[in-house]
Design a protein around this ligand. Structure first.
Ligand code: BGC
Length: 457
């Protein structure tokens, strides 16, 4: 039986991969406070519990491209829903620390696959003129997932105070992710496969059928013809993984991997994962308050991402990226200055408030630029013949550097102090600006096939 679905529903179901990415990475900072008690964890072991998910994500991303090229985007995403459910249940039921670590590794694998396949699938099913907004549903869902996890973190502090027990709290927090996981599994069973992938696998009738389902009430004949022509071209050039390093692929690989690294080393996850710590360092007292402010920052991230969705297909990717980087640079300098002044003056309420405001500004500029544009561009700039593998490479780099920054942040704070730490991120943001200015092309309004021709040129 064929169920008819609107395009919005299709995009939202696929976006559940982003929700799980955001929730499962965001939830750990709060859950850790309780896991720590249950297993009497040392600081180093806490680091392991956090990092194992990021390492799993890098590993998942390594396999995702080849799997998606061989088996199809839909089936791999569907299976990923199942892995999310299995990981969540394993965490919720974890009878020992190794079992919990194994569960978080499984969750990480699923996050890695979803983080690259969600934007890939969305980019391949979207009409060109709306592709920016549609692919950014992924980033929007990442921010919503993280926001939900913060709200839950906050709510759970009451449950714990009410005598709910540490164990129940973290098991519930980690286990709840099984619900969107199951929704992804069931939802993907009802969605069409990417017409591009079907055509590349000589399934012409199915490809036509999928495109018709994706463009209800619209003649998709012309789009189908353009697609077929591009795929015929791409097929002739099909080549092994080494093709990624061939001369023609050098520019997209440089842009994809470069932006992947810059998205992380400019410091976003010091805020996403450690905001309560930063706020307390700046002079704020009370954990519950710090978590509540973090939820507020999470909400700002959601709202600005919605604004970015509206702008990406009009102002363009490159312009937003450049403006976003300037805003991040200035606010990071400001944060660094606040800590420098605050420390000399012996801290104080004003500095704490200023740091909160500047962090909100920093996250806002990330949300309209580097956040969504990175995931959008890596879904656009690789030629079809190497799209899966190219995106995998960029995604592995993204998770690898995410882990590097997350593992070094607290040591940097201790070693060189808050002011110098944020100054380092500011300098790296300056470098990201120069990189973008020199190398990143505008891709708005072009079909993936036109972008391919442009990059070849
Ligand atoms: C990044 C994540 C980050 C999130 C914050 C994503 O684009 O890849 O590392 O946590 O944005 O919203």
């Amino acid at each position: 039986m064929r169920r008819q679905m609107g395009f919005g529903t299709i995009a939202i179901v696929a976006g559940l991969g982003g929700l799980l990415f955001g929730y499962d990475t965001g939830v750990i900072s709060g859950a850790l406070l309780y896991i720590r008690e249950s297993f009497s964890l040392s600081g180093a072991m806490q680091g392991v519990v956090v990092a194992v998910t990021l390492a799993g994500a890098a590993l998942g991303a390594a396999f995702a491209g080849a799997l998606a090229d061989a088996l199809g985007r839909r089936i791999v995403l569907l299976f990923t829903g199942l892995v999310f459910v299995a990981g969540a249940l394993l965490c919720a039921a974890a009878w020992s620390l190794p079992a919990l670590i194994a569960g978080r590794l499984v969750v990480g694998l699923a996050i890695g696959v979803a983080s690259m396949l969600t934007p890939l699938y969305l980019s391949e099913i979207a009409p060109p003129e709306k592709r920016g907004a549609i692919v950014t549903i992924n980033q929007l869902f990442i921010t919503i997932g993280a926001f939900l996890s913060y709200v839950l973190d906050y709510a759970m502090t009451f449950l714990a105070h009410g005598g709910g027990g540490h164990d129940v709290v973290w098991r519930a927090m980690l286990g709840l992710a099984a619900i969107p996981g199951a929704a992804l599994l069931i939802g993907m069973a009802l969605l069409p496969e990417s017409p591009r992938w079907l055509l590349a696998h000589q399934q012409e009738e199915k490809a036509k059928d999928a495109l018709t389902r994706l463009r209800p009430g619209r003649d998709s004949g012309e789009e189908f013809a353009a697609l077929r022509q591009d795929i015929a071209e791409a097929d002739k050039q099909r080549a092994p993984f080494s093709r990624l390093f061939a001369a023609g692929a050098r520019l997209p690989v440089m842009i994809g991997v470069g932006l992947a690294i810059f998205q992380q080393i400019t410091g976003i996850n010091t805020v996403i994962y450690f905001a309560p710590t930063i706020f307390k360092d700046s002079g704020m007292t009370g954990s519950a308050g710090a978590i509540l402010v973090t939820a507020g920052i999470g909400l700002i991230n959601v709202i600005l991402t919605i604004i970015a969705m509206r702008l990406l297909d009009h102002a363009g990717r490159r312009a937003l990226l450049l403006v976003g980087l300037v805003g991040m640079f200035v606010s990071l300098l400001g944060i660094s200055a606040c800590f420098a002044i605050g420390l000399h003056a012996g801290g104080g309420h004003l500095v704490a408030v200023l740091v909160i405001v500047l962090i909100a500004v920093y996250v806002s500029f990330f949300a309209i630029g580097l956040g969504p544009v990175f995931w959008l561009l890596i879904a656009e700039i690789f030629p079809l013949a190497i799209r899966g593998r190219g995106m995998s490479l960029a995604t592995i780099a993204n998770w690898g550097f995410n882990m590097l920054v997350s593992l070094t942040f607290l040591d940097l704070l201790k070693g060189i102090g808050q002011s110098a730490t944020f100054l380092v991120y500011a300098v790296l943001t300056g470098a990201a600006f120069l990189f973008t200015y020199k190398l990143v092309p505008e891709t708005k309004g072009r079909s993936l096939e036109e972008i391919e021709a442009q990059m070849r040129g």
